[in-house]
Write a protein that binds this ligand. Sequence first.
Ligand SMILES: Cc1ncc(COP(=O)(O)O)c(C=O)c1O
Length: 405
Amino acid sequence: MSDRELRPLPYGKQSIDDEDVAEVVRVLRSDFLTQGPEVARFEAALCEATGARYAVAVANGTAALHLACLAAGVRDGDVGVVPTITFVASGNAVRYAGGSVAFADVDPDTALVTPASIEARVSELAAKGKRPKVIVPVDMTGAIADLAAVRAIADRVGAVVIEDAAHSLGARRLLDVGGRETEVRGASCQLAHMAILSFHPVKHVTTGEGGAVTTNDEALYKELCDLRTHGITKQGLEQSDGPWYYEQRVLGFNYRITDIQCALGTSQMRKLPAFIARRREVARRYDAAFAAHASVVRPLTVAAGSDSAYHLYVVRLVARDGEDEAGVAARRKALYLALAEQKIYTQVHYIPVHRQPDFRRAGMGHEHLPGASAYYASCLSLPMFPAMTDADVDRVVESVVRAAG
Ligand SMILES: Cc1ncc(COP(=O)(O)O)c(C=O)c1O
């Protein structure tokens, strides 16, 4: 294939078909573009897929995180424990609510937060007479974090668990729930108090921009609904002024999602099982091919009993004899650039959030987090989306091995 014929392969991409387009057009021609019936339909589809009792669809995943932090009671001076390997939004949400972030480390082989690191942050806070208000485990790349261990810590210190499931819609993991090994689904809230989802186009299903909070707790659900619309409610109020009467009880936001977006989301949700199945096939093909090159690159480890939803497919460059992190990072940069020349557009997920200048300026992020450092130096997210063909996967593998070998 000549350069001009090479199909560009981004690291992630939406799959939109005629049925999705028809659903959006149907809503555009209907009476409600927003605050109509499509939002509840989409929320019902999310509940069915995740197993959570309630879903509150909102404008984006960041808004979902913000509302979850507020509903968890994060206020000025509170602290949230957040892994440093995540999108900045997971930490920003704690800050929007007035809190600060204590960053936890990850296992470089899985990119998942380690319970030991959460314990370390909890102990440091305890030494200052504090405890975290929220703990935000992130299901990085689509593999569910050890939510059982996180919940046990949270219960001990009285913290609320907000699962950042932006990557894990459709994921499963066997975990201990109430003493029994149970299949836990991403955003199911079997172990977390609340979970958040994102429907950005690179995610498993898309609404353009969009997000949701799921929960099994009715009180949290009602609060999230109010916060989504300015903190306004009509529930349980005397209507003596007239039927229009409402009250703003708390300071909320306009974080509503439109019916146009939700119609797309519901249509996409019908294809979620097929999307996830194809992502898993792509991952298996990558895994099998890279197994023959284990001295060059290694896929992330997926824990036994864990069935990733593969939002991302991450490989790590293997350090050569005597090579330090800076050496690996330099080769990773070269690999990224060489793949881009082949129109294979990889990405790095993520720059450790504790290194971000804005967090440091705000007095956070001075921890030494060696797991995150090793992971960040070596990781690369390869193309992973349902419309990839087997030939696309083979092309990526060949290019990676040629450039990195
Ligand atoms: C782990 C994680 N959390 C939160 C978000 C925020 O979601 P959104 O982009 O929909 O605001 C993202 C989005 O990329 C994410 O990857």
